[in-house]
Design a protein around this ligand. Sequence first.
Ligand SMILES: [Zn+2]
Length: 138
Amino acid sequence: MIRIEKQAWDTMVAHARECYPRECCGAMLGVEENGVRLVKAARPMRNAFEGAQEDTYQLDPAEQLAVEKEARAQSFSVLGIFHSHPDCDAYFSKRDLQNSCPWYSFVVLSIQKGEFHHANSFLPNFEQTEAKQEPLEY
Ligand SMILES: [Zn+2]
C-alpha cells in the first residue's frame, strides 16, 4: 500500500489544480517500510509532452535524473509518479500502462472542473499489460 503524508499530498493536489485543464506530473519521494510506501515529499515536474496536454503527460528524462539525485540527497527513494486526469476518472489508461514501469506506484488524481475529486494508485506488471489497484491513503 501507499500512504501519502499531508504536505506531500497538498503539493500534488496544488500542482494538479495549477495545471488544469492540462495534465500534470511529478514524482513521489519517501521511504518503504514493512511493505508500506510512505510518501514524505512530492516533487512537481514539467509535462514534457509537446502536443495537446489535456490527456497526455510525458516526463522529462533529464528532470527525472535530477529528481533521483534530489531523493538520494534526502535519503529518500523515488517511490512513484503521479499525474492528473482533467475532467476524467482516476483510472489507468492504455497509454499510462505503455509509459509505466513496474517498480513504481502510479497515483492518478481526478480533477473535475479544476477541483480535486478522487485518486487511485496503480502497480503495473512487468509486461505492461495490466496494472493492479493499490490501497492508497492520503
Ligand atoms: Zn493517465
